[in-house]
Design a protein around this ligand. Structure first.
Ligand code: GAR
Length: 185
C-alpha cells in the first residue's frame, strides 16, 4: 500500500512516537516515518529513532535557523505530513506556511479547554468531571485548528496529577493512530 511520508516531532519520552512507529510498521497503517525531529539531544525518545534506524534531526539552537534546516530536510525526504507527538516548542507562522501541508498535534486535554502547559494541574484545579486528549490540525494559533477527534474518561475522586496523566496518555496512543486513519479516508 502507498504510505504517506511522515515526520514526527518530539521533545521528551516518546511514548506516543513508540506507538506510531509500531503501527507504521504494519502493512495497512497509512504512514511511513521517514524522519524524527527533536529539540533536545538528551531525551529518551531519541533512543527509539536509533533503535528503529529512523533518520533524526536534533536542534538546540536558534529557532529560525533550525526551522530553515528542518524545512530543507522535509523537502529532501518528500515529507507530506508532520505529527507533533509531545513537541513542546511552538512552530513559527513562517514554518507552518512554508511547509504548506498537514501538521497534526496531540494535546492532553479536551480542547478548547486547557490549552498550553500544565494541563493536568489545570484540570484538577478546575474540578473537571471528565478529561482526555484531543488530536487536531495545527494552525498559527496555539492549540487551535480543526479537531479530528477527542477521547475522554471520567475523573475519579482519588485521581491526582500522576494518575490523570497516565490515563490521558493511555488514551492518546489509540487516539493519535485513529486520527491519522480518519484523515486519510
Ligand atoms: C503527551 O501527553 C502529549 O499529549 C503532550 O506531551 C506528552 C508527550 O509524551 N503534549 C503536549 O502537552 C503538547 N502541548 P510522550 O513524549 O511520552 O509521547
Amino acid at each position: 500500500m502507498a504510505k504517506i511520508n511522515t515526520c514526527v516531532f518530539i521533545s521528551g519520552k516518546g511514548t506516543n512516537l513508540k506507538r506510531l512507529i509500531l503501527n507504521s510498521n504494519q502493512y495497512s497503517f497509512p504512514i511511513k516515518i521517514k524522519l524524527i525531529v527533536c529539540n533536545n539531544k538528551n531525551v529518551e525518545g531519541l533512543k527509539l529513532a536509533k533503535k528503529w534506524s529512523i533518520p533524526y534531526l536534533i536542534f538546540c539552537n536558534k529557532q529560525n535557523l533550525s526551522e530553515n534546516k528542518i524545512l530543507i530536510e522535509l523537502k529532501t525526504k518528500k515529507i507530506n505530513l508532520i505529527l507533533l507527538a509531545g513537541y513542546m516548542k511552538i512552530l513559527s507562522r513562517k514554518f507552518i506556511r512554508s511547509f504548506g501541508k498537514s501538521i497534526i498535534n496531540i494535546h492532553p486535554s479536551l480542547l478548547p479547554k486547557f490549552k498550553g502547559l500544565n494541563t493536568f494541574e489545570k484540570v484538577l484545579k478546575n474540578k473537571e468531571k471528565k478529561t482526555g486528549c484531543t488530536v487536531h490540525f495545527v494552525t498559527e494559533k496555539l492549540d487551535e485548528g480543526k479537531i479530528i477527534l477527542k477521547k475522554f474518561f471520567y475523573i475519579d475522586k482519588k485521581d491526582n496529577v500522576a494518575s490523570i496523566k497516565r490515563k490521558t496518555q493511555n488514551l492518546e496512543y489509540n487516539a493519535f493512530s485513529e486520527a491519522i486513519i480518519k484523515i486519510m479516508k
